[in-house]
Design a protein around this ligand. Structure first.
Ligand code: UD1
Ligand code: MG
Length: 456
């Protein structure tokens, strides 16, 4: 089947009350129109054309990619006018599927079924029955035969027509050559002085093109976003669906209503996730991993049985099996924790590997470091990895003990089994197996007395 896709994204989105074009507002971490493009991308269309208008430059630069064409609609005179702009780009063969840039959650199967219902021969409308159809175009059917006769917009509808609960969702699939002819014949003699795409339904009836109404599988997939409240509502529906799919697979969520995935989360068995966590990018939690409340994990792999304690922030990092991280820890890109590593409160790790059993439990910084097995890295110690111009590495061997409040001035190497006395500033390599201390010697001044307040 030859398929062409048109995504309408020129509208202003006045009710968002935002500088950002409506279709660029984010749902689950991705812009509304990116959701639609993602779905469109799975349908193997010959090409996909996005109609831009309001904020066109911003929208186009945000979503530009291979196989995507843009057509501008200036000014925006209605949905029919939007499709008119695309006509010169459309081939005459097969089916044109029209999607909306602000209806993000339409399912791939639904879009595919709509295109198949058209099959290059029929006008297929995606419809749904709503308890409150206010604002939507109503599907008008012939009494008795129930044949679709047309769509009447809410503002143009009679009180009887407004009682119809079957509505047009804004998505349709039409035979290409016929669509091109029909949209060019649209008029704007209606309540809004707009060129309504929906008027082509009556034209199809007149032309003898069969019209089919294809019902949507769920309300969520056809809901559009017009306001911040609708965006938030759709976000919660989307998150709920993700939460349910994970729970179905055995993941234990403390509260599916306080859970957000803005990307892809995959989990092994017996994974537990407490409240208020946010997962971004691609995150994997292996068997038995536990994530405490209010953690943010972005592009991370958490090993089997690892525990992420509350308020921990992990980005671009891997955590080994059985490791303990947090509370209040921060793993930045390139942090690779081996098995059974312990990272405690207010510890920051960046671009560093920690081998099995290494521990940094309190108030510390490890940047650009290679840390051996069983290392104990004391409270308040840091790697001074940046000289103001370049970054340098710190290498810490196996079984090293770094006391509290040390500064390791990179590049520097601590040999296996080295011990570094607390409060040391280490700017030269420390030999294996020995104690190295680099701080002023402690003195006690005999006979010293505290100053007294002078009497006047
Ligand atoms: C449209 C339908 C209505 C349907 C409803 C579903 C028409 C005339 N009406 O109404 O039957 O029930 O969607 O949500 O089609 N757009 C442009 N250029 C324009 C106008 C709109 O690109 O000149 C885009 C918008 O950005 C949006 C989409 O088309 O993505 C729908 O436009 P909107 O103004 O929301 O149409 P509705 O009045 O909601
Ligand atoms: Mg709308």
């Amino acid at each position: 089947m030859s398929l062409q896709i048109v995504i309408m994204a020129a509208g202003k989105g006045t009710r968002m009350k935002s500088q950002l074009p409506k279709v660029l507002h984010r749902l689950a971490g991705r812009s509304l129109v990116q959701h639609v493009l993602h779905t469109a991308g799975r349908l193997a269309a010959r090409h996909t054309i996005v109609v831009t208008g309001h904020g066109a430059d911003t929208v186009e630069s945000a979503i530009a990619g291979p196989g995507l064409a843009f057509v501008r609609q200036m000014p925006q005179l209605g949905t029919g006018h939007a499709v008119q702009q695309v006509v010169p780009q459309l081939g005459d063969e097969g089916t044109v599927l029209i999607l909306n840039g602000d209806v993000p959650l339409v399912a791939e199967a639904t879009a595919r079924a709509l295109a198949e219902a058209c099959a290059g021969e029929r006008l297929a409308l995606l419809t749904i029955e709503l308890p409150d159809p206010t604002g939507y175009g109503r599907i008008v059917r012939e009494p008795g035969t129930r044949r679709v006769l047309g769509i009447v917009e809410h503002k143009d509808a009679t009180p009887e027509q407004r009682a119809i609960r079957e509505v047009y969702t804004g998505m349709m699939a039409a035979p290409a050559a016929w669509l091109k002819r029909s949209v060019m014949a649209l008029k704007n003699d209606n309540a809004q002085r707009e060129y309504y795409l929906t008027d082509i339904v009556a034209m199809a009836v007149a032309d003898g093109v069969p019209v089919v109404a294809s019902p949507a599988a769920s309300e969520t997939e056809v809901l559009g976003v017009n306001s911040p409240a609708q965006l938030a509502d759709l976000e919660r529906r989307y998150q709920r669906a993700q939460a349910e799919a994970l729970m179905e697979a055995g993941v234990r969520l403390a509260d599916p209503a306080r859970f957000d995935v803005r990307g892809t989360l995959s989990c092994g068995t017996d994974v537990e996730i407490d409240i208020g966590c946010v997962f971004e990018g691609t995150v994997h939690l292996a068997d038995g991993a536990r994530v405490g409340p209010h953690c943010v994990l972005r592009d991370a792999r958490i090993g089997a049985g690892a525990v992420i304690h509350p308020f921990t922030h992990i980005e671009g990092a891997t955590v080994g099996a059985g490791a303990l991280v947090g509370p209040y820890a921060r793993l930045r890109p390139g942090a690779e924790l081996g098995e059974e590593v312990h990272i405690g409160n207010f510890v920051e790790v960046k671009n560093s590997t920690l081998a099995k059993g290494a521990k940094a439990n309190h108030l510390a910084y490890l940047g650009d470091a290679t840390v051996g097995e069983r290392v104990n890295y004391g409270a308040g110690s840091i790697t001074a990895n940046y000289d103001g111009a370049n970054k340098h590495r710190t290498t810490i061997g196996n079984d090293v003990h770094v006391g509290s409040n040390c500064v390791l001035v990179a590049p520097v190497t601590l040999g296996d089994g080295a011990t570094i006395g607390g409060g040391s500033t280490i700017s030269k390599d420390a030999p294996a197996g020995q104690l190295t201390v680099a701080r002023a010697r402690q003195v006690t001044l005999a006979g010293w007395t505290r100053p007294q307040k002078q009497k006047k």
